[in-house]
Design a protein around this ligand. Structure first.
Ligand SMILES: *Cc1c(COP(=O)(O)O)cnc(C)c1O
Length: 371
């Protein structure tokens, strides 16, 4: 089905960038630059300077960025890592793949970790906290970093959805020991496939992740540890360098669209909106997703679908409720409630104002039946 308003529109973005992308692809092919060449180094420099950190190491996904960061930080069997369930499953999977145990805490109204619950989740085994900056808004990192330093815990940020978001002027990914980003195509900065990066200002972590991503090879002769194959493809880096130039304008556009949603929907009492980009105070949100909450979620989703509007319900069943994952002992009332109520409306920098107006008009029509 082709939607009148698609959730993301990859071909539309490609049409805008085709000449630049094809030129860089041609350079990569004609130079034979496939693995860890200048394009990767350039992209790492771009990201480190954009985020205000000392090092960036390109890897094949955010999942591996998190896995390699946890391992580089020494997380292993017997350790506990505090995180949330209201996220993509990968955040919990990497903890398990290190041999450690995820300890789940509930979320607040911002859909991020309820930082006030963290201290009671700390045990003698706790080694790290993994906050997730969901939907393009930072978790309350000021308070979280205070708790982490008081209890001497490592912080690794899942910043997959928050490239460019800030709190008190500091960028997501630049608070903890390491920050992890995704360049999955649907992300704010998306490649032509998978990609990820670890950012840090800790030299040891950067060096270790660099070793892990490339079979532990320190030099041509020396292997320093048993590593993985998790390099950021050079071709992906080349494409990402092109798209990186558009990042500020894409963020600006997303915030404009969020403002338009806000203006046209804020009068509907049954609908809980994210903070408006106009009054988010200390927070600068990048709106990776524009998420609304409503008790009529499922009916709203099917109504919008009939109107030709594509929406996304990320976790219709909370991750900790999948029996195979062994996490069903956690009681997370808000995570469970919000899983029934949240829906992401179309949000991408290629959307026109007219498309967003059509979405908001349709939502208004839907609620007219309820008011
Ligand atoms: C997309 C995403 C990931 C996984 O990123 P990949 O690059 O696909 O591995 C992890 N956490 C969150 C919050 C995400 O949105």
């Amino acid at each position: 089905m082709t939607y009148r308003v698609p959730f993301v529109d990859f071909p539309a973005q490609y049409r805008c960038l085709e000449d630049e992308i094809m030129a860089t692809v041609k350079d990569v092919f004609s130079g034979g630059d496939y693995i860890l060449r200048d394009q990767v180094r350039q992209f790492e420099e771009n990201m480190a300077s954009f985020l205000g950190v000392d090092y960036a190491v390109g890897v094949n996904s955010c999942t591996d960025a998190m896995l390699l960061s946890l391992r580089a930080a020494g997380i292993g069997p017997g350790d506990e890592v505090i995180t949330v369930a209201h996220t993509f499953v990968a955040t919990m999977a990497v903890i398990v793949h290190c041999g450690a145990k995820p300890i789940l805490v509930d979320i607040g109204d911002d859909y991020n970790m309820d930082v006030s619950q963290v201290e009671s989740a700390i045990s003698p085994r706790t080694k790290a906290i993994m906050p997730v900056h969901l939907n393009g808004r930072l978790c309350d990192m000021g308070r979280l970093m205070d708790i982490a330093s008081k209890h001497k815990l490592i912080v690794i940020e899942d910043a997959a959805q928050a490239l460019g978001a800030t709190l008190d002027g500091r960028k997501a990914g630049a608070f903890g020991l390491a920050g992890c980003f995704s360049f999955y195509p649907a992300k704010l900065l998306g490649g032509a496939g998978d990609g990820g990066i670890v950012v840090t200002s800790d030299k040891d972590i950067a060096e270790k992740v660099r070793l892990y991503r490339d079979h532990g090879r320190a030099t041509k002769e020396d292997i320093a540890l048993f590593g993985f194959n998790s390099r950021l493809d050079n071709l992906q880096a080349a494409v990402l360098n092109v798209k990186f130039r558009y990042l500020p304008q894409w963020i600006k556009r997303r915030r404009e669209l969020a403002g338009l949603y806000d203006k046209n929907l804020s009068h509907i009492p049954q609908l809980k909106l994210p903070p408006s980009p106009r009054d988010s105070g200390r927070y600068f949100d990048v709106f990776q997703n524009y998420v609304v909450r409503t008790q009529e979620r499922d009916r709203l989703v099917s109504y919008l679908n009939e109107c030709g509007i594509e929406t996304l319900v990320s976790n219709p069943k909370p991750v900790h409720h999948h029996p195979a994952l062994g996490l069903s002992n956690f009681r997370l009332p808000r995570t469970e409630q919000f899983a029934k109520e949240v829906v992401s409306l179309p949000m991408n920098s290629e959307l026109s104002n007219e498309q967003v107006e059509f979405v908001t008009k349709s939502i208004n029509n839907f609620y007219r039946g309820y008011i």
